[in-house]
Design a protein around this ligand. Structure first.
Ligand SMILES: [Fe+2]
Length: 210
């Protein structure tokens, strides 16, 4: 065997070894269980074998889906079949972390296709607002602009008190099921509640309300 053959053998061995090291790739959600926040994910790339064959990657099952969370705060979103994601393959077995494995029998797996977790939202191309932070769920939208504005499309239901440090304008009708307390005057069709008078049937007018 010549030196060139040795190099070729070594290069082939390296290529085969690298082919078994899985790092990350784009995927697509096949199914999602919101009660466990785990998904079955289809890798969107194809597996190139050292002999030239090209195969589909297997489905990644029981794949934990990342949701932003810290302390008692978290942001969740309803993951759907067909959503794009990035699959990250752990450099060591996830079994112990997930709860499948034993702390006394450490799994030697490395960079394995079974040890994936994913972050939803990766698409080959998508259009987003260039300026605003947007919270969107179908036709409902909350948009936070860089110009001190929050714009909401949709009905707003608030369970709690509302304190407005500023003016309030309503282009629709207002209805209060409780009482109204007003420290200032109330004007209805140009007539002041505080200072209006009533006409008397025999002429003149009344004094203001008391
Ligand atoms: Fe009156």
């Amino acid at each position: 065997m010549s030196a060139n053959d040795d190099v070729q053998v070594l290069q082939d061995a390296i290529r085969i070894t690298i082919g078994e090291i899985h790092t990350s790739m784009p995927g697509r959600i096949v199914s999602f269980n919101p009660s466990t926040c785990r998904a079955t994910v289809k890798p969107m790339l194809r597996y190139h074998l050292a002999d030239g064959d090209i195969l589909d990657y297997p489905l990644i099952v029981e794949c934990p889906v990342f949701m932003p969370k810290a302390g008692n705060a978290r942001i969740t979103y309803p993951v759907r079949s067909g959503d794009g994601c990035i699959i990250i393959f752990s450099e060591r077995s996830l079994d112990e972390w997930i709860g499948f494995g034993s702390e006394n029998d450490h799994d030697p797996r490395q960079y394995d296709l079974t040890d994936g977790y994913c972050i939803v939202g990766l698409e080959p191309i998508q259009s987003i607002s260039p300026d605003n932070i947007e919270l969107i769920n179908s036709g409902t939208l909350v948009s936070v602009t860089p110009n001190n504005e929050v714009n909401i499309i949709g009905n707003v239901n608030i369970k709690g008190n509302v304190n407005v440090d500023g003016n309030y304008t309503c282009s629709g009708k207002s209805r209060m099921n409780g009482s109204i307390t007003c420290d200032g005057d109330v004007t209805a069709s140009g007539i002041s509640l505080n200072s209006h008078t009533h006409g008397c049937p025999h002429g003149g007018s009344t004094s203001g309300p008391n």
